[in-house]
Design a protein around this ligand. Structure first.
Ligand SMILES: Nc1ncnc2c1ncn2[C@@H]1O[C@H](COP(=O)(O)OP(=O)(O)OP(=O)(O)O)[C@@H](O)[C@H]1O
Ligand SMILES: [Mg+2]
Length: 330
């Protein structure tokens, strides 16, 4: 059976995607200067990519190996740019990636930054991120999958297509699974339109490895594998402080220590999801703080009252309840 050739409109093939005068040219790059750049410093200055890298360093706690890989990828793109400016670059390097790690380890957050870096360095025209799962790509009935997948690819053109829990695309137990059709379309677009679309496949590390073993075609098109480690309790604590500061909250006297104890317990319980669990725990603490303040009808509430989380707001969590170890919903 020969598969039809898919080409997704949106990346006009007659216009090289890196053409600075192209339809997607934006203010992020100063096109002429970018084309004339002969030094790393010139590309960095024109693309302003260092700002994104600095933000990544500053905003995200931990993730040292991930941050290093992103710097390496950025370096590769900068050097490619310089090579291209001297007429050396023949073909676009593949930038498809896999992000493996447990839930809440920052995969989606980093993918957004990656899209921005790829855009600033002129690799993709728009730099937006389209995040999907199997259900967005695969239809329930015969004939539904190709249009669904192509619609998603069309939306993602010029940016990054982020496929979460990518291994669900492939169901080996199901002989006539439509997921295979989606994978075939993806493969072709990843190969033929890689100068205008970057695909990031994300999910648990072990399942992803199994998935790649049964899909060598996909595996061979992935240029960069980034592994996201679980956070330590200290890193989770720092993440919490940052999340609170961003929303104009803070831990009051004693609350910091209580939250640390909370993390030490929570990390051992089922359904722990790294930074996502931190976010959820803080949301519930804010809820309790609100109820506590709401009860004090007649008191004037000052800035301190409204911004401070007290130990009581945290201790009410079920994580601290007697014999709660193993509880699913803290
Ligand atoms: N290193 C970090 N520093 C600060 N905040 C972080 C960090 N990692 C993740 N977060 C925050 O935690 C939340 C979850 O992160 P994100 O959605 O990127 O994780 P994920 O790996 O995509 O998770 P999932 O697999 O559940 O989709 C987000 O609100 C994000 O801002
Ligand atoms: Mg995610």
């Amino acid at each position: 059976m020969s598969t039809p050739r898919y080409s997704i409109p949106g990346s006009a093939p007659s216009v090289p995607p890196r053409d600075p005068e192209g339809p997607g040219a934006t203010t992020a790059q100063a096109p002429d200067a970018m084309e004339r750049a002969r030094s790393v410093a010139a590309v960095l200055a024109e693309s302003q990519v260092e700002q994104v890298l600095a933000e990544l360093d500053r905003d995200l706690v931990g993730l040292a190996p991930v941050k290093q890989r992103i710097r390496d990828i950025a370096a590769l793109l900068v050097i490619d740019k310089l090579r291209m400016n001297l007429g050396l670059q023949a073909e676009t390097p593949s930038m498809h990636m896999s992000f493996t790690g447990n839930p809440g380890t920052g995969k989606t957050t980093v993918a957004l930054r990656m899209a921005e870096i790829l855009h600033r360095l002129g690799y993709v025209r728009k730099g937006h991120l389209v995040a999907v799962t199997r259900d967005d790509l695969v239809g329930q009935y015969i004939g539904h999958t190709a249009p669904k997948t192509k619609e998603v690819l069309k939306k993602a053109m010029g940016g990054v297509l982020f496929i979460d829990e990518a291994y669900y695309l492939y169901r080996p137990e199901n002989e006539r699974d439509y997921g295979q059709e989606a994978i075939e379309i993806l493969l072709q677009v990843m190969e033929n339109q890689r100068d205008d679309l970057v695909v990031i496949l994300a999910g648990y590390k072990d399942r992803m490895e199994t998935f790649f073993r049964s899909n060598p075609g996909l595996s061979s098109r992935i240029a960069h594998h980034l592994d996201f480690p679980d956070y330590s309790v200290d890193e989770l604590q720092q993440i919490a402080e940052r999340m609170l500061a961003q929303r104009h909250y803070r831990f009051g006297a004693g609350a910091r220590e209580i939250f640390h104890q909370y993390l030490e317990r929570r990390i051992q319980q089922p359904h722990f999801a790294n930074a996502r669990s931190v976010r959820n725990a803080l949301d519930r603490a804010r809820l309790r703080q609100a109820s506590r303040l709401f009860a004090e009808r007649d008191r004037d509430l000052g800035r301190d009252d409204l911004t401070t989380l007290l130990p009581a707001d945290l201790l009410a969590s079920r994580v601290f309840a007697e014999g709660s170890a193993g509880e699913a919903t803290p």
